[in-house]
Design a protein around this ligand. Structure first.
Ligand code: AMP
Length: 191
């Protein structure tokens, strides 16, 4: 199963991706995690990305695509993957399609978690208190939500146009949301 999880920052993508990873036994590939690892490791690329991430803006398409390709070429991704945080704009949609074609691994489905914006702000505040992420400060969160509305929302329409989008209600108990996500997957691939 090759799937993309879509949703605003704080919509629960990361949490649902971790659950799906267990259920489907395929890796969870988060471009945010890959970037944070590069920042922690202090690689030249990480140093470049850090300021952009701290400001809540998007790291350059080239950098993220390079990291993603390297990750997707690792053997564990050959059996499928859950992509979280990518694509984030329309240029990345085209880049992803070309990359997956090159790898001979076309996408099966894009699942969008729908969560109203009042709840998003509440959830991110909760996460900030728990995880202390540097880009969860109120100012950065505002910028990330602005960038999401401007650049990432059109990504859902792109997947809708190519007939791969499924929307899931992302409000409620974790277990219930998980069940809805599983039910939205192409059943022939989960059997
Ligand atoms: P996330 O953990 O997905 O919320 O990502 C954290 C931050 O990493 C984002 O606010 C961006 O600065 C950066 N980032 C993650 N994924 C991407 C991407 N696909 N394109 C550009 N920047 C990204």
């Amino acid at each position: 199963m090759r799937l993309v999880l879509l949703g605003a920052p704080g919509s629960g993508k990361g949490t649902q991706a971790e659950r799906l990873k267990q259920q489907l036994a395929i890796p969870h590939i988060s471009t945010g995690d890959l970037l944070r690892a590069a920042v922690r490791a202090g690689t030249p690329l990480g140093l470049k990305a850090k300021a952009v991430m701290d400001a809540g803006q998007l790291v350059s398409d080239d950098i993220v695509l390079g990291m993603l390709e390297e990750r997707l070429r690792q053997p564990d991704a050959a059996s499928g993957f859950i992509l979280d945080g990518y694509p984030r704009n329309l240029a990345q949609c085209a880049a992803l399609q070309a990359l997956l074609e090159r790898l001979g691994q076309p996408l099966d489905v894009a699942i969008k978690l729908d969560v109203p914006s009042e709840l998003i702000v509440e959830r991110i505040a909760g996460r900030a208190a728990k995880e202390g992420r540097k880009d969860d400060t109120p100012e950065t969160v505002r910028e990330r939500l602005r960038v999401y509305a401007e650049q990432t929302e059109p990504v859902a329409s792109y997947f809708e146009r190519i007939g791969k989008l499924r929307c899931v209600d992302g409000v409620g108990e974790l277990e219930d949301i998980s069940r809805r996500v599983l039910a939205a997957l192409p059943q022939t691939l989960t059997a």
